[in-house]
Design a protein around this ligand. Structure first.
Ligand SMILES: CC(C)(COP(=O)(O)OP(=O)(O)OC[C@H]1O[C@@H](n2cnc3c(N)ncnc32)[C@H](O)[C@@H]1OP(=O)(O)O)[C@@H](O)C(=O)NCCC(=O)NCCS
Length: 172
């Protein structure tokens, strides 16, 4: 079993717990609850967030004590890349720096432990908050993937973003 990762944020202390066993049900419920589904695609049937599963390199539940408040992880991406995902289900925990901290931790795991050459992600172009977080963490905009996915009742574009190993190294 992989160890938990601590995320200290001022007076609050969160953890990233490997998404195994009972936690995977809470994660699926979190994505289906509607608070995150509009912004993500991880509730769709093709997503498999179990850790381990063939595509999942790391999958974590974001925990506040014993409560699952979100999810994040790394999927096998294209070639040298790992694809990143994150959602904080409970809105009370958004906008306090937790997302940025989790993104930085996952980049550390991707580049240091998993030796990735790039970390990449797709985000809906209207999701300004998420894009702001990724840019502040060093991600760069690469392309718009047009009509990339059918989700939430319509065909949607994705903004593809990435952070390269050498750029991450330069930021530390
Ligand atoms: C996108 C998401 C993961 C970002 O996580 P977050 O914890 O809300 O992000 P942060 O708090 O680190 O940063 C977001 C904002 O808080 C601000 N912030 C960061 N640290 C802060 C602090 N200590 N105190 C106050 N504000 C802070 C940032 O400046 C930023 O402001 P802005 O969005 O108004 O420009 C989260 O909002 C979420 O889960 N959204 C729904 C699902 C989703 O969109 N997932 C991404 C799909 S690609």
């Amino acid at each position: 079993m992989r160890p938990r990762v601590s995320l200290s944020l001022g007076h609050s202390s969160y953890q990233l717990a490997p998404a195994t066993g009972a936690l995977s049900t809470a994660l699926r419920d979190g994505y289906n609850a509607g608070k995150a589904a509009r912004f993500t695609r991880w509730h769709l049937p093709t997503a498999d967030l179990r850790d381990p599963s063939p595509r999942t390199k790391r999958s974590y539940a974001i925990m506040d004590g014993l409560t699952v408040i979100g999810s994040c992880g790394l999927w096998s991406g294209s070639y040298g890349g790992l694809e990143f995902y994150i959602a904080i289900f409970d809105e009370r925990h958004r906008g306090r720096g937790l997302g940025s901290l989790a993104v930085k931790k996952l980049c550390e795991v991707a580049f240091r432990e998993l030796r990735a050459q790039r970390v990449e992600l797709g985000v809906y172009p209207e999701n300004k908050r998420a894009i702001g977080v990724y840019e502040r963490c060093g991600f760069k905009r690469e392309a718009i993937l047009r009509r990339w996915i059918y989700n939430d009742g319509k065909w949607r574009d994705a903004l593809w973003m990435s952070l390269l190993r050498r750029e991450w190294g330069g930021r530390r």
